[in-house]
Design a protein around this ligand. Structure first.
Ligand code: GLC
Length: 740
C-alpha cells in the first residue's frame, strides 16, 4: 500500500480503532473458539472489553501456520477496515531449530556466521507465522549474577554491537517475503546493569557510562534498520524506561532518528504504578504515550485510558495518529495488507528441506561457540577408548536454554546420542550420577518452557545412581562429565548469588576425580560461572553454554578432535562471585593493584582482581606464536590512518582458527579512560607451520569518547596498541595522536 493510501486509511479509522492498534495481547484471547464468545476469558483480569480485544492490533507468542491463518482469517472477517493482526514472538536464538544461546554465539567472534544463523531463524519462523521477533537482545553484560547474561553476546560494547547489527541483518534478511521478520532490539536501555545482578532491580549509572558503554549495541541495531525497540523494565536516572521521555524521545527518536515502533516489555506500563511514578492507569498511560511508546504490551492502560486523556485535553489526537501510523507502516512494510498470512503460505516440503540446512548450520555455530578452558593433554579423545559419560546433562534434551520456548525437542541431539554415534555404543556407558540440584523449590517455573526435570531423586535412588556411575567410571579409560546449571537457573528471573556449579554435581565430580582417571568436564550454563572450586578436579574443561538442537554433535566433534575448538570468551569468568560486576575494560583507579602485595592498592585480600578465564580467552588443539605489533608511524594526525601489523605463526601440527585481537589504551584523557578497549579483531585459519600477517587500521574515529564536557571526540596524546590472542596475553606498542 502506498503512503498516501496509508494516510487515507488512518483518516478513515475511528479513535477507538486507532487506539486498538496500540494494544498487544497474548494469544490466550484469540485461541478460544470465538463461538464460545469467551474471547475475553483469559483477559477479564486485564479489564479490557470484548470490543477492545477485537480491535487490538497485535498478539504475542502465537505460532504455527495453521493457527495463525485461522486466527487471522477470523480477525479479518471482523475487521471493519481489514487491517491485519500482527503476530510477534520471542524467537531469540532459534525457532524449532535452536542455535547456541547468544552468550555462546558471542564466543564465535564471527558476526557473519551469526548473521547467517539469524537468516535461517527468520525463514523458519516466518514460514510458521512469525512476523516480528523480540530479538536481538543487546544489553551489555556487566554482572554474572544476572540470569539474562544468557541472552547477551558480550561484555564489550564493540563486540556486542557487531553481533546486534548482525542479528538484525539476519532476521530482516533484506525483507525477503516470507523469509524475513521484523526485528525488535531490546531491552532499551541498560537493563543488564541491575544493581547486585538482581533481576528487575534498579539501574543507576552516569549518563556517560550509559552513552559510552550501554547505548552502542542498541544504536548498532537501530542503524542496521531494526524496525522495533522494546523498552526495558528498569529505571534510567529515576524514571522507568517505559515512561522516560529523555530516553525514548530525545535519545532514540531525536538523536538517533529512529522512526519505527516502540513497544513496551511485558506489562511494563502497569509497572509505572509499581515503580511509583504513576498513581493509576490513567497516569501510567499518560507517561508512556508522552514518551512516544506506540504499543502497550499486555495491559489495559492504553485501551482504557487514552480516550479519557484526549477528552481531558491532556494528550492530542495527533499523538495517537503518530503512534498508529508507525504501526500501520510496519504492517505495510511486511506486506500484510496484500498478504495478511505473511510467510504461512510456504509449502511444508520446503520447510523440511531447510530443516537439514538449519541443523547443519546450528552444528557449525555450536562448534564455534564452545570454549576450551583447560586441557591437560586429555583432549581430543583418540581411538575408541571406554568412555564413562556421567552427569545430569549426559543425556538431557534441556540443552537449548531458557528462551527456546518453541524448540522441537525431538530434534535435539543429546551428548549421549552423539557420543554413541561417534565412538560406538559399546564404548559408552552413560549415567546421570546425581541430580542437578538438591532444592528445586526456589526455581519457580517459566510458563510454557518444557523442562525434563523439576524434582530430586529419593535418597535411595540418588545413592544407587551415584554407585552405578562410580562403578562405570572405574571400568572406563576416560570419564566425560556433563554438568551445569539447571535450565531454570539462568535466563529471565534467573539471578543467582552463588554462581558456582550446583552442589550435588560438585560432590559427584570430587568422588569421580578420586578414582584417579582422566576427567573431562563439559559445562552447560547460561552465565559466566565461578570455577575456582572445581578446576583442580578437571583435566579438561569445555564450556558449551546451552548449545542448542545440535549441541550433542557439536560437543562430540570437539571431544573427538573432528573440530579443533576455536571459541574465545566474549565475557569474563571470575574466580569468585564476590568480584562481580567484573569486566575486562576497567579503569586504572588511583592505586592500581601491582604484582607485589602492596596493601594500599585497589585489590582484594582474599581473591585476585582479574578474571580466572579472561575476555577473549580460549584454548585450541593448535598453538600459535604472535609477533609484537608494528605500527606504520609513531605520530598520527587526526586526518591520517595508522596500520598495525601482527605476524602469527601456527607452531603446532594441526590446522586451526585464531582470533587475533587488537586493543587500545588512551593513556591520558579529560576523563579516566579504560586500561583496555577492544577496537578490532580478525579470525584467520592457519595450517601447521603457516605464518600470516594481519593488518589492522587505526583511524581518529576509533579514538573518540564522551569527553569531560560530554561532547563526542578524541583528544591528542599517547595511545597504546595491544595485540594478541586474548585480553591477558598482549604485546604492545605506542603512538601519538597529534593536535591538528
Ligand atoms: C519478557 C521479556 C522480554 C520478552 C517479553 C515478551 O518479560 O523481558 O524479553 O520479549 O517479555 O515475552
Amino acid at each position: 500500500m502506498t503512503e498516501e493510501k496509508l494516510t487515507e486509511l488512518l483518516k478513515s479509522m475511528t479513535r477507538k480503532e486507532k487506539i486498538g492498534q496500540m494494544i498487544q495481547l497474548d494469544g490466550g484471547c484469540f485461541k478460544q473458539n470465538p463461538s464460545e464468545e469467551n474471547v475475553t476469558g483469559p483477559l477479564e483480569r486485564l479489564g479490557l472489553s470484548k470490543e477492545t480485544v477485537q480491535l487490538c492490533g497485535s498478539v504475542l507468542n502465537v505460532m504455527g501456520a495453521e493457527q495463525v491463518v485461522k486466527i487471522q482469517k477470523e480477525y479479518m472477517q471482523k475487521s471493519r477496515l481489514k487491517i491485519p493482526l500482527l503476530f510477534m514472538a520471542d524467537i531469540i536464538y532459534g525457532y524449532k531449530t535452536v542455535f547456541p544461546i547468544p552468550l555462546g554465539m558471542g564466543a564465535t567472534w564471527n558476526p557473519e556466521l551469526v548473521c547467517d544463523a539469524y537468516r535461517m531463524i527468520a525463514a523458519e519462523s516466518a514460514a510458521d507465522g512469525d512476523m516480528v521477533t523480540f530479538s536481538p537482545p543487546a544489553d551489555l553484560i556487566r554482572d554474572a549474577r544476572w540470569g539474562r547474561c544468557l541472552e547477551m553476546a558480550s561484555e564489550d560494547p564493540f563486540l556486542l554491537s557487531k553481533f546486534s547489527a548482525a542479528m538484525v541483518k539476519g532476521l530482516q534478511n533484506d525483507g525477503k517475503p516470507g523469509k524475513s521478520v521484523a526485528s525488535c532490539v531490546k531491552h532499551f536501555a541498560g537493563y543488564s546493569a541491575v544493581q547486585a545482578g538482581r533481576e528487575y532491580n534498579t539501574v543507576d549509572m552516569s549518563e556517560r557510562n550509559l552513552r559510552q558503554n550501554f547505548f552502542p549495541a542498541y544504536k548498532a541495531a537501530v542503524d542496521a534498520g531494526c524496525e522495533l525497540v522494546m523498552t526495558s523494565f528498569n529505571t534510567i536516572d529515576g524514571v522507568p524506561a517505559t515512561g522516560n521521555q529523555w530516553l525514548l524521545k530525545k535519545v532514540l527518536r531525536e538523536e538517533w532518528g529512529f522512526q519505527g515502533v516502540v513497544i513496551t516489555d511485558y506489562a511494563a506500563i502497569n509497572e509505572l504504578m509499581t515503580h511509583g511514578v504513576a498513581e493509576n492507569e490513567y497516569e501510567a498511560a499518560h507517561l508512556a504515550i508522552n514518551a512516544t511508546v506506540d504499543i502497550d504490551m499486555r495491559t489495559a492502560c492504553y485501551g482504557n485510558q487514552l480516550e479519557s486523556l484526549i477528552q481531558n485535553g491532556e494528550i492530542s489526537d495527533e499523538q495517537i495518529d503518530q503512534a498508529c501510523m508507525r504501526i500501520l507502516q510496519l504492517k505495510n512494510k511486511l506486506g500484510l495488507f496484500e498478504n495478511p498470512y505473511y510467510g504461512c503460505m510456504i509449502k511444508k516440503e520446503t520447510l523440511t528441506q531447510s530443516a537439514f540446512q538449519e541443523a547443519a548450520l546450528a552444528r557449525i555455530v555450536a562448534n564455534r561457540s564452545c570454549v576450551l578452558l583447560k586441557n591437560n593433554n586429555v583432549l581430543p579423545i583418540k581411538n575408541h577408548p571406554k568412555i564413562a559419560l556421567i552427569g545430569p546433562y549426559a543425556d538431557s534434551k534441556d540443552i537449548t536454554g531458557l528462551w527456546a520456548v518453541f524448540a522441537d525437542r525431538e530434534k535435539t541431539v543429546t551428548l549421549r546420542q552423539a557420543m554413541e554415534e561417534h565412538f560406538g555404543k559399546e564404548n559408552i556407558s552413560c549415567d546421570k550420577g546425581c541430580d542437578f540440584l538438591y532444592d528445586y523449590e526456589s526455581l519457580g517455573d517459566f510458563g510454557n518452557i518444557k523442562v525434563s526435570e523439576l524434582s530430586a531423586m529419593t535418597e535411595v535412588e540418588r545413592k544407587q545412581q551415584e554407585q552405578k556411575a562410580l562403578e562405570n567410571a572405574q571400568r572406563a579409560d576416560i570419564i566425560v562429565m556433563a554438568l551445569g546449571e539447571h535450565i531454570l537457573q539462568s535466563g529471565e528471573a534467573g539471578s543467582r548469588t552463588d554462581i558456582t556449579l550446583p552442589r550435588p554435581q560438585k560432590e559427584l565430580l570430587k568422588k569421580i576425580h578420586a578414582l584417579g582417571k582422566k576427567t573431562v568436564v563439559v559445562l552447560f550454563n547460561g552465565r559466566p560461572l565461578a570455577l575456582k572450586d572445581i578446576e583442580p578436579y578437571c583435566d579438561a574443561i569445555l564450556e558449551a553454554w546451552f548449545p542448542g538442537t545440535e549441541g550433542g554433535h557439536s560437543i562430540c566433534d570437539i571431544l573427538s578432535g573432528d573440530y579443533n575448538p576455536s571459541g574465545r570468551l566474549a565475557v569474563s569468568f571470575p574466580y569468585d562471585v564476590g568480584q562481580e560486576p567484573l569486566f575486562y575494560s576497567q579503569f586504572s583507579t588511583g592505586r592500581p593493584a601491582s604484582k607485589n602485595v602492596d596493601r594500599f592498592t585497589s585489590r582484594y585480600i582474599d581473591c585476585p582482581n582479574e578474571a580466572m578465564y579472561p575476555f577473549g580467552f580460549g584454548l585450541s588443539y593448535h598453538s600459535c606464536a604472535y609477533s609484537a605489533p608494528v605500527i606504520s608511524q609513531k605520530n598520527m594526525m587526526p586526518d591520517e590512518e595508522l596500520t598495525v601489523q601482527v605476524d602469527i605463526q601456527n607452531i603446532s601440527d594441526c590446522e586451526g582458527t585464531e582470533t587475533v585481537q587488537m586493543y587500545l589504551r588512551d593513556k591520558v584523557g579529560s576523563v579516566v579512560r579504560p586500561i583496555l578497549e577492544l577496537k578490532d579483531f580478525r579470525q584467520i585459519s592457519l595450517k601447521p607451520g603457516e605464518k600470516q600477517t594481519v593488518i589492522f587500521k587505526i583511524s581518529e574515529e576509533m579514538l573518540r569518547f564522551y569527553r569531560q564536557d560530554m561532547t563526542w571526540g578524541s583528544e591528542a596524546g599517547t595511545f597504546e596498541v595491544l595485540t594478541g590472542p586474548n585480553s591477558h596475553e598482549l604485546q604492545k606498542s605506542e603512538f601519538q595522536l597529534c593536535k591538528k
